[in-house]
Structures are given as structure tokens and as C-alpha cells.
Design a binder for this molecule. Structure first.
Ligand code: 26Q
Length: 759
């Protein structure tokens, strides 16, 4: 027992811990973390990174910080002695949902790794009051509610640092909030979040609606407000500009203070542009350097040397282009600079397709990034190859030296140590604690996973840990959503944003097929619990229809005593980081079934693998690298290859109706969507629209992969049922090989190839 720590905590709480509420203890711990993390601030020497991103999906911070500061075990013990449980106290903390999904969570993992590796690297973003919406499924369809996380005592602390920003010619004041980022036995960095003092939360009504015209009242209310109308799109540009203008001013002020004369900015700062959302930082920096007396050409060179760009998608609709009229309205001070950049780009290439401003007057943010930064990276090997060979081929020809790959990673502190303490302890017992800082050491587990040398006792222990995690998930769901899971079943999980390219609809068709098979007397080898977690963008109609179909099928199955012995479909409400931490350790089969070529990387795939799930996936994104590492026997791969898919798009001859008509299983499953069982529980409008979409359009080629998916998933279920020990042994191969996907490795590569921090 750490007596000092106990005294400090009691002092911070102002009374004996046993007499405190969970809220009071939470506040005392918050203060403790602040003191300890402050003590680990060290001055920056040499170059510092600024990771600028519209999203930082940090998740709850208390336990993560306690682990990183080395206080977790002591605190848990002290609280237990006072009759308190740390997990109850965790529930007091509201989750900051400052991101949509992968891109935002990646930014959070990167901050953790930077601090852990002792690298000076701060985040720059926005202090959204409600973050992403909270998902409500009570009506059988998704509706959106605000998700407040800011309380009187928040991790993000206000400062008296402010910067003037011109929005549509009107001056506003951006205030800086600072949030400590702790590293595991590392340094403390900062997440800088900007906000306006004038935001008025009371203008939100009817879910997440608000008047988008009053920018000073609404600018940072939500992450990516609905952009189905023009006011929403303009608001997004206002948000982006507030972030980059205040961020750029902060960067220049800090560098000047550390001795830069701005001509040498690239020696003091590296700026990583996380997708195109912060791209206006390029013209904004050029503008600010101009105000400091630096000529345009030199300013362009300085900015190019300082900035680097990460691409996270090849989906055309996600590549930002803004009509120049929008930018003329919101950021008139940037338009002359963007025009000069367009002229400079056109002077480098006659290829019209690479212009910053196209013939129709649209500004292509990614094009500006590639021309005027020194590095463009993709986020997995396959993704980077596709960028170079197809999507960004013209740019690759012009600037081959700028292109590089940085395969994504995840922080093992949150995604193993924090979310799966039992597995962590088991691993530590086998190979010692070195893997916590050097993830490659997980390979020391390989002898235990070799069929020739595996130890049955160890495999049984691993199986027990999985069983306990499944029970814990079931208990949590019973408590929070009133759902009881069949813990004897195989747990099959697809948890990620709802998007057609991620193909939750493929999984849906499989479950319909399975239901019909059970009804026909063909029962599977083992019961299946199929779990979904997914939010749909508020204006994404088909995504919402897929959610409705899953919820409806879930009710159809649950109402059928025969089918529900074998099949359970559970849709988790409001999937977020907190839910992910419960789901991932409990998973047997990880669904990573995007249409090949469409998922840039995926990071959930890595989290499931690390926690001892086998992957059922397509050869897409980082699945390709997972398959290379674990070998074909330890992963279930199916479906068309990215080459075949790209070819099918190019040929333009894909007709889903032909596949529907040719495959009786597929036809039966699709027809079921609007059959009597579903219509009895669900809404015809949504179900019919989904059915028509699948037969008439199916832009993400679900139907051609259906049969292969059925077969491969059937194989996985049979393996799980008939060779449980073999299954566990193969999960251990996955755990042992997951070290490559530590974000520590990713960050070390960014530093080595792009940033050169501290030099
Ligand atoms: C763009 C234009 C207008 C409005 C919104 C957007 C927008 C918003 C969010 C575009 C993209 C995003 C988020 C993208 C994202 O999360 N991408 C994921 O990034 C992960 C980290 O690299 C990858 O692992 C995933 O494959 C990729 O989908």
C-alpha cells in the first residue's frame, strides 16, 4: 500500500475516502493526475510536432492516465480498501466523443505514442461542446441526441491564451483550452483545443438541431454538423478555419519564443495535416508569414518544408472540394493566396487534373496538400499502392519522392493493458513486462502458439480469459441495455461506423440466411451471438436503413424461441470508445469485411487481433498486412481482390440483379427483407428501400462476395466448434504477431521518415 499516495488522495478529496461519493473521488483523482502529469512536462529541445486534426477521439481519460503515470494499481488498491471500486468511478466520467471513428481514434493513439516515446508532439483541434451525437435506437431507427461531456471540472482546462480570427470578415476571439496527454512512463504533451466564448448551448433543440447561421453561437457545438444543406457546409469551413488560424498562430508564437526567426520555421516545427480537414493551414501560414514580412515564394517553401499530409481515404465523396464561392465568403483573406497557389501548381504541371482550383471553380484541398507539403502518406501498404497507382497517380508521377506509407497502429496501453487486464497479466507471466514498451516482444509468445510446442494448460487459461471477458460483456450489456447474451456461443462482432463500403449489409444477409437455415432444420455447429455497434451519419439514408433492418431482424429472431437458441443478433446502442473497450476483449470472430480497395487501413481489425480474435476479412487495408503476418491458416480471408474490384468499377458492367437472380440463397435472403416476418416488426419504407438498393445498385458489390462469405464464415464457425483448442492456439499466433500494429512503431516511422523531432 502506498501511504503517501493515500494521504495525497485523502487531502485532495478533503475527507476520508470511505465517506466520499464516486463523484468526489473522481474529482480528487482528476486533480491527482493533473499534478503528476504536470511534473512530467519537460522543455522542448529542437523540432516539435503539431498534429492538427478536426478529430481526437480520446475516450475516457482517467484510467488511461493512471496507467500511463504508473498509479493505476496503487489507486485501485487504496480505493478498494476504502470500499470503492475504480470501475464505478470510471462510470462517472463522461466520454469525450470528439471524433467520428478511425481517423479521430488514430489521432488519439498517436498522441499517446508520442508522449510514450518521449517525443515533443502536441495536438491541435477544436473543443466541440457535444462532440459526435449520441445514438438513440429506442424507436427501431437511429435518432440523434446531443452528447455533452464538458463539466465544471473537465480535463480540458481554459487558458488566458487567445488569438484573433477573421470569420467572413468579422473578428472573433479563439480561446485555447489545454488537455494533458500523458505517456506510458514517458513525457507529458498537450492537446490544444480551440473554442469561442460566445457559444450558446441553449440554441440546440429537437435532438441536434440548431440555427447554423449564427456562427458565433454555434461554431463548436458539434463535430461535423449535418452538411446536407449549404449552411452546414459553410459551418464546416468556419470550423476548419477557426482551428487552423488559431493553430497556426499558436505554432508561430511558440516557435518564435523558442528562438525561430520564422525563416527557419521548419527547424522548429513539423506540422502533420490529418486528412484534408485542416488543409487551410497551408494558405493561412503563408498569409501569417506574409504579415511578418516574408515574401510569397519563400513562405511557400517554408510551409512546404514544415508540413506533411496524411490521406485516409480513396472514396471520392470523402475528398473535400469546396466551391470557391464558399471560401470567398468565409475566408476572403485566403482566396488570393489559394489562387496564387493554383497558379504555382499550374506552372509545375500541365495536367489539369492536378490543379488546386479546377475549371468549375472548385478548390481541391488534397491537391493543395500534395503540391505544398513535402510528404504525402497513405495509412496501409495496399492503400498507399492504390494512391500511387490509381487515385493519385498523376501526383505520384510528378512527385514520386513525396509518397510514402505509414501503416496505422493502435496504442497497446488502452487497447490491451487497460481494456484487457487479465490477458495482459497472462502475457506478462509468460514473457515478462517488456512488451508494454516494446510491442515486438510479443513474438516471444510464438513458441506457445506453435502446434508442436503449445502447452495445453496455457491455451486453456487463454480460453478462460476469453470466457470471462464474454461474461463481463454480457453483464455490462444486461446492466446498460437490458440484453443477456448466450455466453456459450461464439461471439462474432462488427463494430465500426455504418457505411455501405464496410458492408454491414453483407453480414445482415448472412444472418438472414442463417435464420432461414435454422428454420429449415439445419442448425449450426455452435450457437452464434452476432454483435453490431455502429453509428450512421444523420443524413445517410441507406446507412440508417441498414441499422433498421438489423434491429428488425434482431426482433424477429428474438421472438422465435427455436431460432434464438442458435442465433442472437445484438445491436449495441451508441457505440463509442467506452463500448469498444468492453466489446473487443470479448470477441471470437472479428468482422473486417469491407469491399477490397475501400477501407484505407482499418484499426479495429488490429484491436481485435491483439485481444485474441480471429479475423474474417477481405484483402483490404491493413487486413492484407495482418494476413501476411499471421499466415493463411490463422485468418479467414474471402472475397474479390482489390484488383478485381477496381477492374469491375472500370468496366462499369456490374449488374447486381444478375447475381440476385442467379443465386437462390442470395435471392431468398434479399427477399426476406420485405417478407412477412420482417414487415411484422419493421417499417416497409426502410426495408423496401434497402432491398431496392441492393438489387438495383449495390455500389459496394455486396452480392458478388455473398457466397464466398457464407462459405468462409461457415468454416470459421465449424473450426471454433470442433477444435476449440486449435482455435485458441491460432488466436495466440495473432496476439504474438500484433506487435507490428503498435502505434509506437507507426510514430517511430513518422519521426524517422518525416518529422525528425528533437533534432
Ligand atoms: C469529408 C468531407 C466533408 C465532410 C466530412 C468529411 C469526412 C469526415 C470524416 C471525411 C472523412 C472522415 C473520416 C474518415 C476516417 O475515419 N477514415 C478512416 O481513417 C482510419 C485511420 O487512418 C482508417 O483506418 C480507416 O480505414 C479510414 O476509413
Amino acid at each position: 500500500m502506498n501511504a503517501n499516495l493515500k494521504n495525497t488522495l485523502t487531502e485532495l478529496a478533503g475527507k476520508p475516502l470511505a465517506g466520499c461519493t464516486d463523484q468526489e473521488i473522481y474529482l480528487a483523482l482528476l486533480e491527482l493526475v493533473r499534478r503528476e502529469s504536470d511534473a512530467r512536462r519537460t522543455p522542448v529541445r529542437g523540432k516539435k510536432l503539431y498534429y492538427i486534426s478536426a478529430e481526437f477521439l480520446i475516450g475516457k481519460l482517467l484510467s488511461n492516465n493512471l496507467i500511463n503515470l504508473g498509479l493505476y494499481d496503487d489507486v485501485r488498491e487504496i480505493l478498494a480498501e476504502a470500499g470503492k471500486s475504480l470501475s464505478d468511478i470510471e462510470e462517472v466520467e463522461p466520454e469525450p466523443s470528439l471524433g467520428n471513428g478511425g481517423l479521430g481514434r488514430l489521432a488519439a493513439c498517436f498522441l499517446d505514442s508520442l508522449a510514450t516515446l518521449g517525443l515533443p508532439g502536441d495536438g491541435i483541434g477544436l473543443r466541440y461542446h457535444f462532440g459526435l451525437f449520441k445514438q438513440d435506437l429506442s424507436a427501431g431507427v437511429q435518432s440523434e441526441q446531443p452528447d455533452p461531456w464538458l463539466t465544471a471540472n473537465s480535463w480540458a482546462e481554459p487558458t488566458d491564451v487567445t488569438f484573433p480570427v477573421q470569420l467572413a470578415g468579422k473578428p472573433v476571439t479563439a480561446r485555447l483550452y489545454r488537455l494533458d496527454v500523458t505517456g506510458y512512463e514517458g513525457r507529458t504533451n498537450t492537446l490544444n483545443l480551440f473554442d469561442l466564448d460566445t457559444i450558446d448551448e441553449s440554441i440546440v433543440h429537437d435532438g441536434i438541431r440548431f440555427d447554423k447561421d449564427d456562427v458565433e453561437k454555434c461554431l463548436t457545438l458539434f463535430l461535423y454538423p449535418d452538411d446536407s444543406d449549404e449552411a452546414g457546409r459553410l459551418l464546416r469551413i468556419y470550423q476548419q478555419y477557426l482551428m487552423v488560424s488559431a493553430g497556426a498562430q499558436l505554432i508561430l508564437a511558440e516557435c518564435k519564443e523558442r528562438g525561430s526567426d520564422l525563416h527557419d520555421l521548419a527547424k522548429y516545427a513539423a506540422i502533420q495535416i490529418n486528412d484534408t480537414h485542416p488543409s487551410m493551414v497551408i494558405p493561412e501560414l503563408i498569409r501569417l508569414l506574409g504579415e511578418e514580412g516574408i515574401e510569397f515564394d519563400e513562405a511557400v517553401q517554408i510551409v512546404t518544408d514544415t508540413c506533411a499530409y496524411t490521406n485516409h481515404t480513396i472514396l471520392a465523396e470523402a475528398l473535400e472540394t469546396w466551391p470557391r464561392g464558399y471560401l470567398e465568403k468565409v475566408v476572403p483573406q485566403l482566396m488570393p493566396i489559394i489562387e496564387q497557389l493554383d497558379a504555382a501548381a499550374r506552372a509545375r504541371t500541365g495536367n489539369e487534373g492536378l490543379a488546386v482550383i479546377d475549371g468549375g471553380g472548385n478548390v481541391h484541398m488534397a491537391h493543395m496538400d500534395i503540391h505544398f507539403t513535402h510528404s504525402t502518406n497513405g495509412v496501409a501498404a495496399l492503400h498507399t499502392e492504390i494512391l500511387k497507382n490509381t487515385e493519385l497517380h498523376g501526383f505520384y508521377e510528378l512527385y514520386p519522392e513525396k509518397f510514402n506509407n505509414k501503416t496505422n497502429g493502435i496504442t497497446f496501453r488502452r487497447w490491451l493493458l487497460e481494456c484487457n487486464p487479465a490477458l495482459t497479466a497472462e502475457i506478462e507471466g509468460l514473457i515478462g513486462p517488456g512488451f508494454k514498451k516494446d510491442a515486438a516482444e510479443l513474438e516471444k509468445l510464438l513458441p506457445y502458439a506453435d502446434a508442436a510446442t503449445a502447452d495445453i494448460n496455457i491455451l486453456q487459461q487463454l480460453a478462460q480469459i476469453k470466457a470471462k471477458n464474454k461474461k463481463a460483456l454480457s453483464d455490462w450489456l444486461a446492466r446498460t441495455q437490458g440484453v443477456q447474451l448466450n455466453c456459450e456461443a461464439m461471439f462474432d462482432i462488427q463494430a465500426k461506423r455504418l457505411h455501405e463500403y464496410k458492408r454491414q449489409q453483407l453480414n445482415l444477409l448472412y444472418l438472414i440466411h442463417q435464420y432461414l437455415e435454422v428454420k429449415a432444420g439445419h442448425t449450426p455447429a455452435v450457437p452464434l451471438v452476432s454483435i453490431f455497434g455502429a453509428k450512421a451519419a444523420p443524413a445517410y439514408t441507406i446507412a440508417k436503413d441498414i441499422i433498421h433492418a438489423l434491429l428488425t431482424l434482431s426482433r424477429v429472431i428474438a421472438a422465435d424461441p427455436e431460432a434464438s437458441q442458435w442465433l442472437q443478433l445484438v445491436f449495441i446502442e451508441n457505440y463509442n470508445v467506452t463500448a469498444a473497450e468492453k466489446l473487443i476483449p470479448a470477441c471470437d470472430l472479428s468482422e473486417q469485411i469491407s469491399l477490397a480497395s475501400k477501407e484505407a487501413s482499418g484499426t479495429g481489425n488490429m484491436k481485435f487481433m491483439l485481444n485474441g480474435a480471429l479475423t474474417l476479412g477481405t484483402m483490404d487495408g491493413a487486413n492484407v498486412e495482418i494476413a501476411d503476418l499471421v499466415g493463411g491458416d490463422n485468418i479467414y480471408i474471402f472475397g474479390a481482390s482489390s484488383g478485381q474490384v477496381i477492374h469491375r468499377y472500370a468496366a462499369g458492367d456490374y449488374n447486381p440483379r444478375e447475381w440476385y437472380e442467379a443465386d437462390p440463397n442470395l435471392r431468398r435472403a434479399i427477399d426476406f427483407l420485405t417478407g412477412p416476418e420482417m414487415l411484422a416488426e419493421g417499417r416497409e419504407e426502410n426495408l423496401a428501400r434497402l432491398k431496392n438498393e441492393l438489387i438495383g445498385k449495390d455500389w459496394f458489390q455486396t452480392l458478388p462476395d455473398f457466397n464466398a462469405y457464407l462459405v468462409r464464415k461457415g468454416q470459421a464457425v465449424a473450426d471454433y466448434a470442433f477444435d476449440p483448442l486449435g482455435w485458441t492456439r491460432r488466436t495466440l499466433v495473432n496476439i504474438a504477431k500484433a506487435g507490428y500494429f503498435s502505434s509506437d512503431r507507426t510514430i517511430a516511422e513518422y519521426d524517422r521518415d518525416i518529422w525528425h523531432l528533437g533534432e
